[in-house]
Write a protein that binds this ligand. Structure first.
Ligand code: ZN
Ligand code: ZN
Length: 97
């Protein structure tokens, strides 16, 4: 079924995408809630944004630092805590900042 979206394009054209991972949202509050818990809400992504680096295309559940593919989102989240490449990348960005 087709649902017409009554947008107010002229007043508020802020893109409804997570500023960290580009995930799209239809509502501002949903976006804000997600951004608080976003996997990419870490110092690294913030530095990338400051440096104008675009969010890289990654497969579902793929570690974007070492390209290891995990089986679930929570496995990937846990992996991000221990990924050595992530630490290397953080140091690289610190060097440029
Ligand atoms: Zn996000
Ligand atoms: Zn990794």
């Amino acid at each position: 079924m087709y649902v017409k979206i009554m947008g107010c394009w002229d007043t508020d054209i802020e893109p409804m995408m997570c500023i960290y991972c580009n995930k799209p949202f239809s509502r501002k509050d949903g976006k804000a809630r997600h951004e608080n818990i976003c996997n990419e809400n870490n110092g690294i992504r913030q530095m990338e944004i400051d440096l104008g680096i675009e969010y890289p295309e990654v497969q579902k559940f793929e570690c974007r630092y070492c390209n290891k593919v995990l089986s679930t989102a929570s496995h990937r989240k846990r992996h991000y805590n221990i990924c050595k490449k992530q630490e290397e990348y953080r140091h690289l960005l610190l060097f440029f900042c």
